[in-house]
Design a protein around this ligand. Structure first.
Ligand code: ZN
Length: 267
């Protein structure tokens, strides 16, 4: 068997999946959905990063349930979704490659042997073949919509582990936002109207330029309304949970879009 390297690469073989999966490229909705931690594939050349199957199925490798919710939401809203195929342990596509934790050597408390002692060229190959194609797709797609005069509202979908470093997290969903809180405040208001819902305002994380990339670059810098949503993983492990959350999000986002159009007609 002859194995051919992808041209100019060093990481993905020609027969390996693209890091970019696009669903509903021509979706009619103003909402544009992104899911950086959707997949948990490891490029063949990296083996299993020195981890066993158990760790490669845990939250450290991907955002459990997030892509399924995003797909359900994409279908319900007729919204374009871009999701990333490879594990966040290979390279974090929601973090600038120049940040130290772009390629983690320890995740929560688990050492990642395959990420220790990387040569700069190895790290660069991960950025060139996974991070940049994914992020460049978002840039090009949002540019095209802007040129066509189509409004875009960016929704970045993630999920979080219910227990982190031994500490339980009470929120069902977190609404993460930074400098531009137009959409976040509307959503927080709508979600807070449901009595049994525990909603985190910039919890369990806040958006920042070090631990986030998609929202600061494609939302804040472009000036379009945006929010990052974090759903607790135990709620979206089952298909029924994923479906229920897609439906819930559809309701909140549809309601939020009406208010955005009313309160910020020029968005
Ligand atoms: Zn995530």
């Amino acid at each position: 068997m002859i194995v051919v390297d992808a041209p100019g690469s060093g990481l993905l073989f020609l027969d390996e999946l693209s890091p970019v999966t696009v669903t509903r490229t021509d979706g009619a909705s103003p909402f544009f959905l992104a899911c950086e931690h959707a997949g948990r594939r490891i490029p063949r050349r990296l083996g299993n990063l020195g981890l066993g199957d158990y760790d490669l199925a845990r939250h450290i490798a991907w955002d459990i349930g997030a892509e399924a919710v995003a797909l359900g939401l994409s279908q319900r809203l007729d919204a374009t979704l871009v999701s990333q195929t490879y594990s966040r342990l290979v390279i974090d596509c929601n973090r600038d490659p120049s940040v130290e934790t772009s390629i983690v050597t320890v995740s929560e408390a688990t050492p990642i042997p395959g990420n220790h002692g990387l040569w700069p060229a190895e790290a660069k190959a991960r950025a060139d073949e996974i991070f940049h194609p994914y992020q460049d797709f978002i840039t090009a797609h949002l540019d095209r919509r802007q040129e066509a005069g189509r409004p875009s509202v960016l929704i970045d979908i993630h999920s979080f582990t219910p227990v982190f470093h031994g500490k339980p997290r009470p929120w069902h969903i977190g609404v993460l936002h930074g400098a531009d809180s137009r959409l976040a405040h509307i959503l927080l208001d709508l979600m807070g109207g449901e009595g049994d819902m525990v909603v985190g305002d910039n919890q369990p994380y806040a958006v920042d330029g070090i631990n986030d990339y998609t929202i600061p670059v494609h939302g804040e810098q472009r000036g379009i309304p945006h929010v990052e949503l974090e759903i607790r993983q135990d709620l979206i492990i089952s298909e029924a949970g994923q479906e229920a959350w897609a439906e819930r999000l559809e309701g909140w986002l549809t309601g939020a879009l009406e208010r955005l159009r009313r309160d910020f007609p020029d968005f």
